[in-house]
Design a protein around this ligand. Structure first.
Ligand code: NAP
Length: 309
């Protein structure tokens, strides 16, 4: 069969022949309808994700919309293995998938689930998020950030503040439910926020954390910092004094800090919301045969690329 194949971590995947997948215990071989090119897939294909085993060749792809042997359309999260979702066929565990309505657009679901899951799971599984709390999103202009605005509103956030570096993209976020949009230089204006959802880390987080902590009107009021992504860098410099000066709690959310069973628990409700059009989704379908071009031509576009075999 044809697949996107990585044979060298320094090169983008190429469209090539790959052995047919073989189902293991509690798995089935499925036809792939659409697979999203998420940042997590880029780090998997580049061999630098924290779950990478270094094994090659590999087919990248961590999730997909698929058709199972009975003809049902499903959204599936894949195990970490060399047989990912960017192929004509792959293997899934039925217990890590959810049946979708027949009329669903596979490209929209494949684009939305990974970015939407990031804030959905973080708010539901990692903290005790309650209606009426305010939320600030660092990196709000990306796919996951745009979803986080909509997810936080859905879960009853009293105010959602969206922070980004691109003013044109920021201007689009009110339509998604952002109550305020801020550039990084203005973060201190949101200092009394209850929960930060952080997609950036790196330098912007180091600065934003100090700005927020040192401008809080009540430093005894809890601030929960959800570390969900690292789009701006894997490390951030956090001054010790800033941590001691306010009631801050930093909590990570991702594979490992949230057990697989807890991710899976959230799939049905989220998939139903996505399938029924609850979220504004930006997706661009690209034929799987063009995977190498898609990999390198994405800079500057904000639509989530979805590969379609
Ligand atoms: N833990 C989880 O469950 C989970 C799930 C999904 C995603 N993630 C992670 O979340 C992060 C974002 O994912 P995504 O799907 O939103 O990616 P994306 O669509 O590519 O968006 C990236 C975002 O980061 C911003 N950004 C990148 N570098 C920056 C910098 N140096 N300074 C300021 N802003 C910067 C971008 O700003 P511009 O719009 O201005 O370019 C954009 O808002 C990634 O690290 C991803 O791996 C984690």
């Amino acid at each position: 069969m044809k697949a996107a194949v990585v044979t060298d971590f320094a090169q983008p995947p190429h469209y090539a022949d790959f052995p047919e997948p073989i189902a293991g215990k509690d798995e089935v071989v499925v036809e792939v309808l659409a697979a999203g090119l998420h940042p997590r897939v880029r780090s998997q294909a580049g061999g630098f994700h924290y779950t990478s085993t270094g094994e090659l060749p590999l087919v990248p792809g961590v999730d997909a919309v698929v058709r199972d042997p009975e003809g049902k359309v499903r959204y599936a999260v894949l195990d970490d293995s060399t047989m990912g979702s960017m192929a004509e066929r792959t293997v899934i565990g039925l217990n890590r998938s959810v049946v979708l309505p027949d009329e669903v657009d596979p490209v929209v679901v494949a684009a939305a689930m990974n970015p939407a899951m990031s804030s959905w799971v973080a708010l539901r599984q990692r903290i005790d998020f309650g209606r009426g709390q305010s939320v600030l999103i660092l990196g709000a202009t990306g796919n996951a950030g745009r979803m986080a605005i909509q997810v936080a509103k859905r879960f009853g956030a009293s105010e959602v503040m969206a922070v980004g570096r691109d003013t044109a993209k920021l201007a689009e976020l009110s339509a998604l439910g952002a109550d305020r949009t801020l550039r990084f230089e203005e973060v201190a204006e949101a200092a009394d926020v209850d929960v930060v959802i952080d997609y950036l880390w790196g330098e912007p987080t180091g600065k934003a954390m100090v700005d927020l902590l040192t401008h809080r009107s009540d430093r005894g009021k809890p601030l929960t910092w959800l570390e969900v992504g690292a789009a701006a860098g894997p490390e951030a410099a956090i001054p010790a004094a800033a941590l001691r000066s306010a009631r801050l709690q930093i909590v990570g959310s991702g594979i490992g800090s949230v057990p697989g069973r807890d991710f899976v628990k959230e799939l049905p409700q989220l998939a139903e919301a996505v399938a029924h059009g609850a979220f504004d989704v930006r997706a661009r379908a690209v034929p799987l045969a063009q995977v190498a071009e898609a990999w390198t031509s994405t800079a500057g576009t904000s639509d989530r690329i979805v590969l379609v075999p």
